[in-house]
Design a protein around this ligand. Structure first.
Ligand code: SF4
Length: 454
């Protein structure tokens, strides 16, 4: 098989993997070596459909001995298969790098033969890149669950970031949908990477020649919507992963129905993109806003509101916390105000050392006053007064009612509900309601419900 054909198959097979960013790594360029991962903020991927990306995202192989029901590369699926050799993939990466197509590599693989055999080949690819081709750019590698810890160690010394996909949010779902995978085989390398990264950081401080182990840390990916777990379950799991394994990121991947299987959602079901978006927003709240999973959701309210972002939802449920006085409140309290992010909270704390802050200053600082004005006071005075309906209108997330246009020909534009609009908008549109009207109706209903709740 031609190398180009292999690339087409294996880049296409890798497109369902979302766990790639290079945040947190700063290895500079070195004399006599290629690449630097300090300058480019690499967080893209090179896919077969021609999108401009800067990270070659590819599988080493899509020939898999496992049979995970949600995966297009599973053993029982009939699809074109291909496997690189380590040298082919190393040369391809270097060739692309020299032509300025990419700045790094995101390498994952199906399980070829066994986890150990697959890891050996991935390690050889990375060894060629690092030692023979002197490639100093960013490499993100997926570890294969079940591989020998010594192989994880070797991979971590060659890659910038490692990741182990947790795949599904619970052991029960893993047993049902990916019977070849064991929860312990996923969590054990995560624990090893966390411990080894900490050790490596200490050694780097003490010894000049200490080798960095996965300096950009580790991440994981979870498939959302293929199994019945609630957002509350997912957020608790996420919080535990961040605490226990010091993960840099948890990536959520809306399940794309590509497989006909009675254990999975029907092929006609839309990927839950709005839910994925809400989970990312909540994840952000855990990492940068000091929220805990238990504050965002509960057993009684186990899923995020499709029409409100999780922070606004928390604000609506906790009116006793407001108003927050911007001139005296702790930074942590400012962070709880809808419309104030970490950057603006920091700026408020700095700016108020010089002067009392009013609405004009907050606007200059970058506070989103449309939302924040109903939750703050400036020097003891309410920043704005609004009816419950006005406040509800300011809080509703426009994402949920997003309408775009699809151009069918030069002069034919058709309104379309955006892929991550609320499922109710899509449902009405499918029933024949014109899309802008569907979005308007759903928004009106959401507004009425929220006004009643407040
Ligand atoms: S191990 Fe499972 S998820 Fe990974 S490629 Fe094989 S079938 Fe797909």
């Amino acid at each position: 098989m031609e190398l180009g054909d292999k690339l087409e198959i294996l880049a296409d097979s890798a497109k369902y993997d979302v766990a790639c960013t290079s945040s947190g790594v700063d290895r500079p360029g070195r004399h006599g070596q290629l690449g630097s991962c300090r300058l480019p903020g690499i967080c893209h991927a090179f896919t077969a459909d021609g999108r401009c990306v800067s990270l070659l995202k590819v599988l080493y192989s899509n020939v898999c001995v496992y049979d995970c029901s949600y995966c297009v590369n599973r053993r029982s699926n009939d699809r074109p298969r291909a496997t690189f050799t380590p040298r082919e993939l190393a040369e391809l990466t270097i060739g692309f790098y020299r032509r300025n197509y990419i700045e790094g590599l995101f390498l994952s693989s199906a399980v070829v033969g066994s986890p150990d055999a697959t890891m050996e080949r991935m390690i050889e690819t990375l060894r060629l890149l690092r030692e023979e081709y002197r490639f100093n750019g960013y490499i993100h590698a997926k570890t294969i669950p079940g591989a020998d810890p010594q192989l994880v160690e070797r991979l971590g010394l060659l890659a910038d970031r490692l990741s182990v996909n947790i795949e599904l949010p619970s052991e029960a779902s893993l047993t049902k949908l990916a019977p070849d995978k064991k929860r312990t085989a996923i969590l054990r390398p995560m624990g090893q990477i966390a411990a080894r990264s900490t050790q490596s950081k200490g050694e780097m401080v003490r010894y000049k020649k200490a080798q960095a182990f996965a300096p950009a840390g580790q991440s994981t990916q979870m498939i959302i919507g293929a199994s019945p777990e609630t957002d509350y379950h997912i957020m608790n799991l996420t919080e535990g992963l961040y605490k226990k394994y010091s993960l840099k990121r948890v990536f959520y991947s809306a399940y794309l129905p590509v497989v006909q299987d009675e254990r999975l959602p029907a092929l006609t079901q839309r990927p839950p993109l709005l839910r994925e978006h809400r989970l990312y927003q909540a994840d952000w709240l855990l990492r940068y806003y000091h929220f805990s999973a238990a504050e965002l959701l509960s057993r009684e309210e186990p899923n995020f509101d499709p029409y409100l972002d999780p922070k606004c939802n928390w604000a609506v449920r906790n009116p006793q916390f407001f108003p927050v006085e911007v001139n005296t409140a702790e930074e942590a309290a400012l962070l709880r105000v809808p419309g104030i992010g970490p950057k603006s909270a920091r700026r408020i704390v700095q700016a108020r050392r010089m002067q009392k802050l009013g609405m004009a200053e907050l606007k200059r600082i970058g506070v989103v006053l449309k939302r924040a004005q109903y939750f703050i006071t400036c020097n003891g005075y309410a920043a704005a007064r609004g009816t419950r309906q006005e406040i509800a209108g300011a809080l509703l997330d426009p994402h949920a009612f997003g309408v775009g246009v699809q151009q069918l020909s030069l002069d034919d534009f058709v309104p379309q509900a955006l892929p991550d609009a609320a499922p109710q908008v899509h449902q009405l549109a499918e029933q024949g309601v014109p899309v802008p009207e569907a979005a308007r109706l759903v928004r009106e209903e959401a507004l009425t419900c929220l006004t009643r709740r407040m």
